[in-house]
Write a protein that binds this ligand. Structure first.
Ligand SMILES: [Zn+2]
Length: 102
């Protein structure tokens, strides 16, 4: 990854205020690059994405189908799921024989 301002590859992690975990800044021009998620959050998100991929091919009906397909379309841009969304995702997963992420 490069700095989009000066193309430097000298990117460094810094502590960030809550709710953020850390931030990535350019070591050369000092500009902000992006927020970094905590490792635990990132792992959980990846697991949830796997779950969405497994569910989108299932015969989902009504609101459940809309909910899962909507998440699936935005999968690459998904940063996190809300508590409510996680609960819905786990509920739908419970209707099928797929592993639920807690
Ligand atoms: Zn830079």
């Amino acid at each position: 990854m490069n700095c989009k301002y000066c193309q430097s590859t000298n990117l460094i992690q810094q502590e960030a205020p809550p709710p953020h975990y850390k931030k990535l800044i350019c070591g050369d021009c000092g500009k902000f690059i992006k927020w970094l998620p905590s490792p635990e959050k990132e792992i959980r998100l990846q697991q949830q994405k796997q779950l969405i991929k497994k569910l989108v091919v299932k015969p989902l009906r009504g609101w459940d189908g809309t909910f899962i397909r909507d998440l699936y379309i935005r999968l690459d841009n998904l940063k996190s799921l809300s508590t409510k969304q996680t609960a819905q995702l786990n509920r739908i997963a419970g209707n099928f024989d797929v592993e639920v992420v807690r």
